[in-house]
Ligand binder design. Sequence first.
Ligand code: IPD
Ligand code: CA
Ligand code: CA
Length: 290
Amino acid sequence: MGGSGQDISPVPEDTLCAIENRAVELARLAGTEIIAALGRTLAVRYKGDPENEASLKDPVSEVDHEVEVLIRALLGEHFPDHDILGEEIDEGPSRDCDFVWAIDPVDGTTNFVNGFPLFAGSIGVLYRGQPIVGAVWCSTSHSLRPGVYHARIGGPLSFEKEEVTPKGHNPTIRRRLAGEPQATADHSLPWDIRKTGSAAIECAFAAAHLLHVARFERPNVWDVAGGIVLVRAAGGEVRVKDEERGWIDMDRFHVPGMTNGQKASLRDWRRPLIVGDASAVERMCRSHED
Ligand code: IPD
Ligand code: CA
Ligand code: CA
């Protein structure tokens, strides 16, 4: 299965391939570090006010930070003129750099620190805001193995360097699965709900046709940048909610105007997003019009 055809690369193919190969290496490195940490007792802290119980929903472990440091160092060697937007280190990106690497060193940290085996390390590369390469290391996959789903714009979806050919839909399965931010079921919709705790895994699983569709309420760029490329490469659709125009095709991440009266950056982008099979995306958009 090739790319969706609608995606035309703004970057030469050899550059894209070089970026994809490097992104796969870095995602794999994240996976290796994550696996190596599984036997350790992790130091976990929570972002936000430690006195406030409500802020205990955003944990971060030493691994998240270590992996981002490693990836930043390697990127600095290989692509010194590219910029980096990472979850754990509040540096960059500048507004005038064409290439930005969006990195979530551990996505699904709450699962990870609890040993619940669904987490990821996500890398997405943007060219002038447009996602062009994705590499997402996942703790499990369609083949029940950990590994990296990856793609470049206009290219196929691969898993560990092999093209993914999803099984044709089994018509005896009447209800497929949808990733949702809340695990409340609406039985009028034609799917069962899964809340996995990892936005990056949900994107990768939607690309691999394990989920029919997935919806995200306010993802960060690093949660979904890599996954968007995977979904598109597998022929799926990605829609973002625009305040005025409703659900529109997502072509690129735009830097928001202002945040709290301050000039914003890509770090401040957070918009509702739906990814997956075109018909299911359309249906999901209709059920979230307002
Ligand atoms: C979180 C996960 C989760 C999503 C949150 C993200 P993290 O990322 O992707 O599924 O619901 O919005 O922040 O904190 O584990 O990297
Ligand atoms: Ca995340
Ligand atoms: Ca994270």
